[in-house]
Design a protein around this ligand. Structure first.
Ligand SMILES: [Zn+2]
Length: 154
């Protein structure tokens, strides 16, 4: 695998994934997790994926479901639109897992209005200009491209 921007290392993965997803989606999530989380962090993250039939506004959502004993978010639900194509779903999963990382690393606060401790006026910033969305869009799409490149070569 050749990466043009190898700014993230590739870790072992032990993230727990549940939900009704096909094997390509699972492989993609495992790949993304290896690229986004240290092994240490991965072992403590659980992600449940739910495919929703009615999701008119978004392709995906990421919500915190529960916390570890230290009160850090570690259990997440990722919701994706059931009617999307596989390609769209793989892009959405990468995007949402970037949000999981942002929550785990406390870069984005739980209320979704602080980025690296800086308050963001979410009502007056367009969705795609929010810093966590910019990162999730860019990084997520890069991970998706990487995964599809890897997948083709197998
Ligand atoms: Zn997002």
């Amino acid at each position: 695998m050749v990466l043009d921007k190898p700014f993230l290392p590739c870790y072992n993965d032990n993230m727990i994934i549940s939900g009704k997803i096909n094997s390509i989606m699972r492989q993609a999530l495992e790949y993304y997790a290896r690229r986004l989380f240290t092994h240490q962090l991965s072992r403590h993250i659980e992600v449940k994926v739910t495919q929703r039939k009615h999701m008119p506004e978004f392709h995906g959502l990421c919500g915190i479901e529960d916390y570890n004993v230290l009160g850090q978010p570690r259990y997440f639900e990722i919701e994706i639109r059931a009617g999307d194509t596989l390609e769209e779903k793989l892009i959405t999963l990468a995007h949402e897992l970037c949000h999981v990382r942002q929550y785990c690393r406390n870069e984005l606060n739980e209320q979704g209005n602080k980025w690296y401790e800086r308050r963001i006026d979410v009502d007056n910033v367009p969705w795609n200009e929010l810093p966590w969305e910019i990162e999730a869009n860019e990084l997520g799409y890069q991970l998706y491209k990487e995964f599809t490149e890897c997948h083709k070569k197998k």
